[in-house]
Write a protein that binds this ligand. Structure first.
Ligand SMILES: C[S@@+](CC[C@H](N)C(=O)[O-])C[C@H]1O[C@@H](n2cnc3c(N)ncnc32)[C@H](O)[C@@H]1O
Length: 211
């Protein structure tokens, strides 16, 4: 997929509704000690991170779980994982700090301005009901010129993905994310790419820099 078109995704009042409107706290209460994409897609994410993340960076892995997909042979100063399940986060060997925080209940990030030098949002943006506010917050907590790497695939918890996400093709989802980033107003150099491995789960990425 080349991402050469320029779709405009129309959002309505119902775009951020979900089949399961119960609290995310309840849904994520039981840990899932599993990966959410296959090993080929995970390797594609690691390659992407190797390419775009500065060595020794202070990293925020937003919507984190058991795996952060960072290259094992590169060292980072801090890797902070924010997610919904404390036990999943505690078992993520790449995180140096963990924070349990429901972004749908409270989209403000519990971090200081300019605290981080890189941001990751891996196969999870489809669950956010306030994506623009959360991305604005990423713009606040990331230093100027930091990379933010957003990845997505075609696998998700259907009952927790937003109506907007479910209604679109993989390609259109890329443009949906782009529209969130443009609306957030604090990112530049938006690069959309298809990083799908030859076999297995597809993998798409949007890499941006904080203004
Ligand atoms: C499909 S998993 C992806 C996890 C991880 N990023 C990865 O690459 O394996 C989605 C993750 O999003 C997080 N998440 C879902 N809803 C959330 C919310 N309301 N606030 C914060 N994190 C949330 C959960 O902790 C869950 O582990």
């Amino acid at each position: 997929m080349a991402f050469e078109k320029n779709y405009t995704v129309k959002l309505t009042e119902d775009s951020f509704r979900r089949m399961d409107e119960e609290s995310d706290e309840k849904f994520y209460a039981i840990p899932r000690f599993t990966s959410h994409i296959d090993c080929f897609a995970m390797d594609a994410i690691t390659d992407l991170y190797r390419q775009h993340l500065p060595n020794n960076a202070v990293i925020l892995d937003l919507m984190s779980s058991l795996f952060s997909h960072l290259p094992e042979d590169v060292s980072y100063q801090r890797v902070v994982g924010l997610g919904m399940n404390a036990r999943e986060l505690a078992n993520n060997k790449q995180l140096t700090e963990t924070v349990v925080h429901d972004l749908n209940a409270e989209p403000t990030l519990p971090f200081d301005d300019d605290e981080f030098g890189a941001g990751l949002l891996c196969v999870s943006i489809d669950y956010l009901i306030h994506p623009i506010t959360v991305l604005k917050e990423m713009g606040r907590v990331l230093k100027s010129d930091s990379p933010l790497i957003i990845t997505y695939s075609d696998r998700y918890f259907e009952t927790k993905a937003t109506a907007a996400w479910l209604s679109l093709t993989d390609e259109q989802r890329g443009y949906l994310i782009k529209s969130f980033l443009v609306e957030a107003g604090c990112f530049e150099n938006i690069q959309m790419m298809d990083c799908s491995p030859e076999f297995g789960d597809p993998l798409y990425a949007i890499v941006v820099r904080v203004v």
